[in-house]
Design a binder for this molecule. Structure first.
Ligand SMILES: *Cc1c(COP(=O)(O)O)cnc(C)c1O
Length: 393
């Protein structure tokens, strides 16, 4: 049986009533028959049947032993960081998600955990950064917004040889395209807010651990610290996951068409999409994932924040907003939005030029999205030539 069919039918029918949709157990506590005698649940922070259904679905999706659903992606990242103790070191991908950067540098560093950022698209950099104190290697692949790819299998071998855990933030690829645990990673985290939820209607996070021992420790941390996902949001995520494979197939197909269109447009400078043969990590992306995802970034020949801002406000179907992974296409301008807190020189050195724009390709038809971009790009060319005329005059 195909994985998608298996996944859809692994969501159980309610044994009590036959309800085909998972019931939402909106409750804080569970009545016990005698002290300590219960039906598997005692208090809803420790466990809730709706959340439990989602958690076992998450574990199946990623091919791990233990799945956990959190109140946000950052809460999930925070729980993984709590596996460490003072004196331990993390090696992390250098263009890590901004919120994870803030958490590691401004919260965990003050507790005595050291963070070392390296360009993980070359595994040798990871190898060279390992010290006896390194306990955790942190990858995102593809990264945001330049879609850099790291070789999960190669870095997993390095982690294993040095007794470190490898954690992959799989938000951008999703398990529909890439399964880090099957490539040797120990832990996967998600901002479920994005593709797993899939409808831009909730904030949630997830962890899946390959081994039971690590998973049990993370479950202990989740219960001890309390950042659980509520039953209604758990239900919404289950509903999102039911169409994950279908959505991703479409996101990928449309994204590739959009990327090819952008590559050929005279107003566009660089296009970043792992599915293009011109992408520097295209071969690794092809090896470790079934598709190249729904995010496309590009920069303009007129490499100014003003030009990018004018472009981002002249699209109609692409809505100007942070976040990604939903039904509606979104556009964002990292230099003034998600990456604004990074000093300009550092930001540019990381490949985030002033005019870089990031698209989250939704589920609209490709031809309509391309028409929308065409109109905005033509406008931007016109704008550039008017500015040039004025300068000449
Ligand atoms: C959005 C995002 C996060 C943070 O998740 P929240 O659900 O917003 O807390 C973490 N990692 C990546 C790659 C993200 O895109």
């Amino acid at each position: 049986m195909q994985a998608t069919t298996q996944l859809i039918h692994s969501i159980p029918v309610d044994p009590l009533t036959g309800a085909i949709s998972v019931p939402i157990y909106q409750t804080s506590t569970f009545v016990q028959e005698a002290p300590g005698v219960n039906k598997g649940y005692d208090y809803a922070r420790s466990g809730n049947p709706t959340r439990a259904t989602l958690e076992s679905l998450l574990a199946k999706l990623e091919g791990g032993e233990v799945g956990l659903a959190f109140s946000s992606g950052l809460a999930a990242i925070d729980a993984v960081a709590k596996l460490l103790k003072a004196g331990d070191e993390i090696i992390a991908v250098d263009d890590i998600y901004g919120g994870a950067y803030r958490l590691f540098t401004q919260v965990y560093q003050q507790f005595g955990i050291k963070i070392n950022f390296v360009d993980t698209s070359n595994p040798e950099n990871v190898f060279n950064a390992i010290t006896p104190q390194t306990k955790l290697i942190w990858l995102e692949t593809p990264t945001n917004p330049t879609l850099k790819i790291s070789d999960i299998e190669a870095i997993a071998r390095i982690a294993k040889a040095h007794n470190c855990l490898l954690c992959v933030d799989n938000t951008f690829a999703t398990p529909a395209l890439q399964k880090p645990l099957l490539l040797g990673a120990d832990i996967v985290v998600h901002s479920v807010t994005k593709y797993l939820g899939g409808h831009s209607d909730l904030i949630a996070g997830a962890i899946v651990a390959k081994d039971k021992a690590v998973g049990d420790r993370l479950k202990f941390i989740q219960n001890a610290c309390g950042a659980i996902l509520g039953p209604f949001d758990s239900w919404l995520v289950i509903r999102g996951i039911e169409t994950l494979h279908l959505r991703l197939r479409q996101h990928c197909a449309t994204a590739l068409e959009v990327a090819k269109f952008l590559e050929d447009h005279p107003a566009v400078d660089k296009v970043y999409y792992p599915g293009l043969s011109t992408h520097p990590n295209h071969e690794i992306a092809k090896k470790q994932s079934k598709g190249f995802g729904g995010i496309v970034s590009f920069s303009l020949k007129n490499d100014t924040a003003e030009a990018a801002s004018a472009f981002a406000t002249s699209t109609d179907l692409f809505k100007l907003a942070e976040s990604l992974g939903g039904i509606k296409s979104l556009i964002s301008h990292p230099a003034t939005m998600t990456h604004k807190s990074i000093p300009a020189e550092k930001r540019r050195a990381a490949g985030v030029s002033d005019s870089l724009l990031r698209l989250s390709i939704g589920l609209e038809e490709a031809e309509d999205l391309i028409q929308d971009l065409q109109t905005a790009l033509d406008k931007s060319l016109q704008h550039a030539s008017i500015t040039l005329d004025k300068t000449l005059a």
